[in-house]
Design a protein. Sequence first.
Length: 252
Amino acid sequence: MRIRDSVALVTGASSGIGWASAVRLAGAGARVLVHGRDEGRLAALADLVDGVPLTGELADPGQVDRLAAAALGAAGRVDIVVHNAGAGWAGPFDRMPEADIGRLVAVNLAAPIGLTRALLPGMRARGEGHLMFVTSIAGRVGVAGEAVYAATKAGLDAFAESLRLELRGSGVGVGALAPGVVQTRFFERRGQPYGRDHPRPIPADRVAAALVRAVAEGRDDGYVPGWLRLPVAVRGVAPGLYRRLAGRFGGS
Ligand SMILES: NC(=O)c1ccc[n+]([C@@H]2O[C@H](COP(=O)([O-])OP(=O)(O)OC[C@H]3O[C@@H](n4cnc5c(N)ncnc54)[C@H](OP(=O)(O)O)[C@@H]3O)[C@@H](O)[C@H]2O)c1
C-alpha cells in the first residue's frame, strides 16, 4: 500500500505503539487522523505530526460509529486503518469483574470490527485500502492470567485472517502484527506490572517500524520481535511440549 499521500487513521494513538506508528506514518508521507481518549496527549501528537485529533470511547459502540464518521468528515476518505487501541487485564479469570470482561471484548474486538464495517465500503469502492490489526502473541499461544485479553486478540486474528480471504483481489489488504512485550503504559494500566526478566520489553518504536513496513509491503502477518514465531510453531506441531514449557516459563 502506498503510504505517501494516503489518509491513515490510527486508533489508540495517544500512547505507546499507536503514538509511534502515527509518527512513522506521518514521516512516510501519510495524512494522519489520530484517535484516543486523552485530549491533551492527542493534541500534542496532532501538533507533532500535523494530524487531526479524534476522540472516542471505543467501549461504546455509538462512539465507534461516530469515530468513523468523524474520520470521513475530516479527510473525505480513509485509506489505511491501524486498529491499535487496546487494553489488558491481568489476574485469575474467576476474579475478573464482569464489567472488565465487557470492556476488553468491546475495545479489543468489537470496536475494530465495527470500525472496519464502517470504513471498508469506501475502500472497496475505490479498490484500494489497508486494514492493519495490532494483535498480540497472547492471542496466538494463550497466557495464564490473561484469558480474556488473549481471547480478544485471538478473535481479532481470526477476523483479520477471514477478511483477508474474503477481500482477495479487491485491492484492500489486511495485515496482522503480533507484538510480544513492549515498553508502554499497557502493563501499569492492566493493573499488573510486567514482572519477568525475559523476554525483555522492546521499544514501541520498534513495533511501529515493523508495522509501517508491513503496511507498505502489504505483508499479511508478522511478529515483533520475529523470534516469537518459534513458540507459535512449537505449539502448532507439539502442543503437549509447548504446554509443558509454558508451564515452566510462561505467565505474564
Ligand atoms: N505493550 C505490550 O506489551 C503489547 C503487547 C502486545 C500487544 N499490544 C497491543 O498493542 C496495542 C497498543 O497498546 P500499547 O502497548 O501501546 O498500550 P498503551 O500505551 O496503554 O496504549 C493504549 C491505547 O489504546 C487507547 N485505549 C485504551 N482503551 C481505550 C478505550 N476504552 N477507548 C478508546 N481508546 C482506548 C488508549 O487511549 P487513551 O490513552 O487516550 O485512553 C491508548 O491510546 C493494544 O492493542 C495492545 O493490546 C501491546
